[in-house]
Design a protein around this ligand. Structure first.
Ligand SMILES: NC(=O)c1ccc[n+]([C@@H]2O[C@H](COP(=O)([O-])OP(=O)(O)OC[C@H]3O[C@@H](n4cnc5c(N)ncnc54)[C@H](OP(=O)(O)O)[C@@H]3O)[C@@H](O)[C@H]2O)c1
Length: 264
């Protein structure tokens, strides 16, 4: 049976290890202080949870390093010599090159799923692009199969495309999510439930999946409703939020003007 190790039981490591184990792959997880975080239950019971790299068997065939970007190389140097001679060591970073571990381990690769993982939220792999590369053909095939069996979309890695997509993902997910966190906080302070916005948020996502996002834009900035813009600004007490409101409104107007110019 194929044996793998997942180093780091955070957002990605948690969901990846559960999926590997669901596929019947013998999965060892190095999870510092796992007793503190959780008592293994349900699907986690099929994982081999260990506290340190020293507890891993030597015949691991693929190592998934799912630690933070700036800890990847350091974690790779801690792997035992016998393991790195036999196993492919892959990272899951969106920005680091596929050969980030060149010179650190002989066989390296990448397994980067382009999505947002949260440990406490079920993860749906369906259609998720997974950028894959390994110097070993056998390991490449294995990683593709893992992605396929998860229902994801394996993609041959291209560092430049992945880097641009990672930047785009920061805007599409991280910044959008941050705006939701800000409005949730703003409403909470006024005692207004955030769930009044749920249907609007749903519509926003459904529209951009169906049509050109620039054409889906509505609101006072694109209409040029100056009095409404001024009223919103006067309702905001926080100077940083006023700045953010002005910058985003200007960006909406600029894109709209650029789009109209293109159509002329
Ligand atoms: N989160 C996402 O949505 C996402 C999506 C795609 C790709 N990625 C990539 O996936 C990687 C992991 O991201 P993440 O969000 O899952 O990070 P994370 O939630 O911070 O998890 C990292 C985990 O690694 C553990 N760790 C660090 N050094 C370790 C070591 N030497 N031995 C064992 N465990 C160690 C940490 O344990 P402690 O808590 O004890 O420090 C933590 O549990 C990053 O390269 C990231 O760019 C993330």
């Amino acid at each position: 049976m194929y044996k793998v190790a997942v180093i780091g039981w955070g957002n990605v490591g948690y969901h990846l290890s559960l999926e590997l184990s669901r596929q019947g792959i013998q999965t060892f997880v190095v999870c510092r202080n796992y007793h503190r975080k959780t008592n293994a239950s349900g699907a986690e019971k099929n994982l081999h949870l260990v506290n340190s790299i020293a507890e891993l068997p030597n015949d691991i065939e693929t190592v998934f390093l799912t630690v933070k970007d700036d800890q990847i190389a350091a974690a790779a140097t801690k792997l035992p010599e016998k393991m790195v001679q036999n196993a492919c060591v892959s990272h899951s970073s969106g920005v680091l090159p596929a050969n980030h571990l060149k010179g650190v381990v002989p066989n390296y690769g990448i397994f980067y799923p382009l999505n947002s993982f949260s440990r406490d939220q079920d993860f749906n792999w369906a259609g998720v692009p997974v950028f894959i590369e390994s110097g070993q053909e056998r390991v490449s095939r294995f990683l593709h199969k893992v992605a396929e069996e998860a229902g994801a979309r394996p993609v041959k890695n291209d560092d430049l495309i992945r880097e641009h997509l990672h930047l785009a993902a920061v805007f599409a997910n991280n910044f959008t999510n941050h705006l939701m966190a800000l409005v949730s906080d703003m409403l909470k302070k006024r005692g207004i439930p955030f769930d009044y916005l749920h249907p609007l948020i749903q519509t926003t996502v459904e529209k951009v999946l169906r049509m050109d996002p620039a054409k889906a834009q509505t609101g006072p900035a694109i209409r040029g409703d100056k009095a409404t813009l001024q009223k919103h600004l006067s309702n905001l007490e926080d100077e940083d939020l006023k700045t953010l409101y002005r910058q985003l409104s200007r960006s909406i107007q600029k894109l709209s003007t650029d789009e109209s110019d293109k159509e002329l």
